[in-house]
Design a protein around this ligand. Structure first.
Ligand code: UFG
Length: 342
């Protein structure tokens, strides 16, 4: 019989961050129940999770926007904590189809919080993003850095969902929430058994790099080298996906061990180190011993020149720190791409 205290519901658990988090939760002794509607992930992530951990998480194909189906999950499984990943995540698409983003990302989150409240399940971990900081006035950003008006409907759903969680934890006794603000998650599990599965042409830098290296894409475009940064390309805080997954375990530990100081807390999850786009490309070439065809093109609309995390709070309060080197992360990213090609 599963222990309710040690059971975590993971929505969007077959996705990129969800599957890596499921692995680390299982490794840490938690029982994991995954729900996913599989619109942007593959069921065979479960095989990868099982191969790595020796345990297959329970799985239900459920759309979190479907309140009836979600309620049945709450009736069937006893858990104290939920990690809510289930969301659309393409910034550009959200500009073209805002309603798709507002309705999917917010309804699914509100349904989840509503049922947590109704069933008296205390802990909600929300998957937020550094996008909430927008083009901040100073870098690195701390959790206190004021959020800027969102530049995309996607970013706005992250801001609104954070506010929903803050307000609900304030209003409903016994409900606790933590928002993790991710910087740029990259890489794959070192086993190469799970990783990112972008559909169509990737929007994000690292999948585009690995697909270019694999010959699927002709060349990488580097969007702008005339920014006010050391080499003119944008600066980001690239966080290894396994490190990121472990931050979720530290967060769930904090919640289930009753260590929260406030009913709603926020943590940045990054490395604290800015890396330029060009540095990342060169690092990828060096550690994997290959040449990447690339070209500098114009800036991409909506990109901010630089964002990186002050991770003091996560380091000190959560007791979590990014550990993997960028070289290892870039090796894992390439190993995963090669695994996909087989
Ligand atoms: N880039 C390129 N070429 C590409 C793709 C990206 O040069 O083909 C550059 C971008 O211009 C940017 C950097 O690589 O400077 C990183 O771009 P990504 O698209 O990988 O990531 P973003 O920083 O734009 O966005 C990511 C996530 C969002 C999240 C945001 C938070 O995709 O979900 O970080 O800051 F909201």
């Amino acid at each position: 019989m599963a222990n309710q205290h040690k059971t975590v519901l993971v929505s969007g658990g077959t996705g990129y961050i969800g599957s890596h988090t499921a692995v680390e939760l299982i490794n840490a002794g938690y029982d994991v129940v995954i729900i996913d509607n599989l619109v942007n992930s593959e069921i065979y992530s479960l095989d990868g999770i099982e191969k790595i951990t020796g345990k297959r998480p329970a799985f239900e194909k459920v759309d979190t926007c479907d309140m009836g189906a979600l309620r049945r999950v709450f009736e069937k499984y006893a858990f104290d904590s939920v990690i809510h990943f289930a969301a659309h995540k393409a910034v550009g698409e959200s500009m073209d189809e805002p309603l798709k983003y507002y309705s999917n990302n917010l309804v699914s989150f509100m349904n989840t919080v509503e049922l947590m409240k109704e069933f008296g399940r205390p802990n909600v971990l929300f998957s937020s993003s550094a996008t909430v900081y927008g083009n901040a006035d100073t870098q690195p950003v701390t959790e206190q850095t004021p959020r800027k008006p969102a530049e995309s409907p996607y970013g706005n759903t992250k801001q609104i969902a954070e506010d929903i969680l803050r307000d609900c934890t304030r209003a409903y006794r016994g409900l606790h929430g933590i928002a993790l603000r991710y910087f740029n998650p990259i890489g794959a599990h070192p086993s190469a058994l799970i990783g990112e599965l972008p559909r169509g042409v990737p929007n994000n830098l690292v999948p585009y790099i690995t697909q270019t290296a694999a010959g699927i894409r002709k060349e990488l475009s580097i969007f702008g080298d005339d920014y006010d940064t050391p080499d003119g390309t944008c600066l980001r805080d690239f966080i290894d996906i396994v490190d990121l997954a472990k931050a979720h375990v530290a967060t769930i530990d904090r919640m289930t061990q009753g260590k929260m100081e406030q009913d709603y807390e926020i943590f940045n999850v990054g490395t604290g180190r800015p890396v330029s786009v060009l540095e990342l490309v060169k690092g990828f070439e060096r550690v994997n011993n290959l040449k990447l065809p690339y070209r500098i093109t114009g800036r991409r609309q909506g990109d901010i020149p630089a964002v990186w995390a002050d991770t003091t709070r996560a380091n000190e309060v959560l007791g979590w720190k990014a550990e993997r080197s960028l070289d290892d992360t870039l090796r894992a990213a390439w190993a995963w791409q090669q695994h996909l090609g087989k």
